[in-house]
Design a protein around this ligand. Structure first.
Ligand code: GLC
Ligand code: CA
Length: 557
């Protein structure tokens, strides 16, 4: 087994419900997803992250779990899941699934039993109850567009229960040892089923303590160390991934001393990339990467441009949040809970150069990149749909009805396919773009030139160079605020990355750069040229990767 495989992984996030329908009932399913594994393998991704697929009333797209050990029958059976997993593994694709441990659906049998059990009993105390809605007032309300309090009244229990998210998602009570054991049993169920890792949803909110924000409590870290000991003791190379949307320093604490999660999502990077693209200035990216560069051995950030949620701005300063909202969410329908509910392509004005530049940075900054399904072909969103549904529409495979998602009619539980003139499946679809590395003889010129082909080429290039996944990072002082220049380096290779965030050609003075050995074509945009003095000339909104031989002439920033 490849040790620390996740360091070099390229992750692709998808919801089985919206990926591909295998049986014509209008709902994506495991049979359909299995049929699309060749597409995913040819794109070059190495690991799939499946959004929640357990039995659920789907009031939060499956993050409201009603049964942890059952596949929602609308997506298939556990046997279908296992067939999918085997087929993915046979192609060398790893599979990461969700462990939604902070809360359940109110439809979960644990909650139905708890609300009817005697007050004070262990059954009742699977959840967090109170006679008043005044406790833990220091905890912020996260879904502030939908909820006004973290407490909801239950008429059956005749008590308030605690919920950090929607009121139909009661929080489990981790002070109850039976809850801690029950969650471990669920974790082991999926690890025994063969998944390669688990994303720990909303993991910073497990415990409540008066006088605190009820986030990041020491008890939470203690429980994570317990989960990690089980993974290390019994499951070899499986990984735990923390979904923690806090400041860089707090998020970093979820690595522990290398004894908690293997991977943490790097939430602060997304707003920095968006701000840099808008201002044409690089410094914000370098600053956040520098402050998060130091992680314990064997730990890795997961970097991403977009995911299934809004672009969260909750950790931004008020001024920066206002700037990003004004720049990227001018229409109030694009906003949600202080964040921005849009996909990548529409965010950047469907500007091919900006999409590619963002991906080139994603693939070359430290961390394991995570691609949100459909972003690789430039899918759009639909702000007319509620909540985050507008960026959770079906994958667009072909120009046929429903974008080739289903042979039937799209089910009402699936958001309708995008069909506006700019982003509709009629124009934006996999069939119109090249699969794989773009070098196939049968790929037409236009498919080779497509966004999807560029993204696939970047992924394939990245996979040839371990420095992207494992290298150190050093920023270079190129004395130009529009340029970001850094070197990723392992003992065996060094790769120079230069990005031009501005709308104008920028020259990189050669005295600031190490000698270039080889241009790793292509990153994003037109190839770089050199002028008579050997300076590199960077096209507007572009990124280039170079192999370099020596670090002698570096001028570290
Ligand atoms: C996480 C998920 C989000 C969900 C929330 C509550 O933040 O990413 O989609 O709504 O948890 O489960
Ligand atoms: Ca189906």
């Amino acid at each position: 087994m490849n040790s620390e495989w996740y360091m070099d992984a390229v992750i692709y996030a998808l919801h089985v419900k919206t990926f591909f329908d295998g049986n014509g009932d209008g709902i994506g399913d495991f049979a359909g997803l299995t049929l699309k594994l060749d597409y995913l393998a040819s794109l070059g991704v190495t690991c799939l992250w499946l959004l929640p697929f357990c039995e659920s009333p789907l009031r939060d797209d499956g993050y409201d779990v009603a049964h942890y050990e059952r596949v929602d029958p609308r997506y298939g059976s556990l046997a279908d899941f296992r067939r999918f997993l085997d087929a993915a593994h046979a192609r060398g694709l790893r599979v990461v699934t969700e462990l939604v441990l902070n809360h359940t659906s109110d439809a979960h049998p644990w909650f139905q039993a708890a609300r009817r059990a005697p007050a004070g009993s262990s059954k009742r105390n699977f959840y967090v109850w109170s006679d008043t809605d005044r406790r833990y007032a220091g905890a912020r309300v996260i879904f502030r567009d939908a909820e006004t309090s973290n407490w909801a009244w239950d008429p059956i229990a005749r008590a308030y229960y605690w919920h950090r998210f929607f009121s139909h998602q009661p929080d489990l009570n981790f002070d109850n040892p039976r809850v801690r054991r029950a969650v471990i049993k669920v974790m082991r169920f999926w690890l025994d089923a063969g998944v390669d890792g688990l994303r720990l949803d909303a993991v910073s909110h497990l415990y409540e303590r008066e006088g605190t924000s009820c986030d990041n409590l020491p008890e939470t870290h203690e429980y994570l160390r317990e989960l990690r000991r089980i993974v290390d003791g019994h499951y070899g190379d499986r990984v735990l991934i923390a979904e923690v949307n806090q400041s860089p320093a707090v998020t970093r604490s979820y690595f522990g001393e290398g004894d908690e999660c293997h991977i943490c999502f790097h939430f602060p990077l997304v707003p920095r990339i968006l701000a840099a693209l808008r201002r044409g200035e690089a410094s914000g990216i370098a600053d956040v990467v520098r402050t998060t560069a130091d992680v314990p051995a064997g730990c890795q950030w997961a970097v991403f441009l977009r995911n299934h949620d809004d672009v969260s701005l909750s950790a931004e300063t008020a001024a920066e949040r206002d700037f990003l909202l004004a720049s990227y969410a001018p229409d109030s329908r694009m906003r949600l809970n202080q964040g921005i509910r849009r996909r990548l392509a529409p965010l950047v004005g469907n500007d091919r150069r900006r999409i590619e530049l963002a991906f080139a940075l994603l693939f070359s900054l430290p961390g394991t990149p995570v691609i949100y399904y459909g972003d690789e072909i430039g899918m759009g969103d639909n702000v007319a749909l509620p909540d985050r549904d507008g960026l959770r529409t079906p994958m667009q495979w072909t120009a046929d009805a429903t974008g080739g998602f289903t042979t039937g009619a799209v089910s009402p539980i699936v958001p309708p396919p995008i069909d506006d003139p700019e982003f509709g499946y009629q124009t934006v679809n996999v069939a119109a773009q090249s699969l794989g590395d773009g070098a196939r003889d049968d790929a037409s010129a236009s498919r080779r030139a497509s966004l999807g082909a560029s993204i696939a080429r970047m992924i394939h290039t990245r996979r040839k160079h371990r420095a992207f996944g494992r290298g150190t990072i050093e920023f270079l002082d190129v004395r130009n605020p529009h340029l970001l220049a850094f070197v990723r380096r392992t003992a065996d290779e060094s790769i120079l990355v230069v990005a031009n965030l501005s709308d104008a050609v920028q020259l990189v003075a050669c005295d600031g750069l190490p000698p270039v050995e080889r241009h790793l074509a292509p990153a994003a945009g037109e190839p770089a040229g050199t002028d008579a003095n050997g300076s590199i000339s960077m096209q507007p909104i572009s990124c280039q990767w170079f192999e370099i031989s020596s670090l002698r002439s570096l001028t570290p920033a």
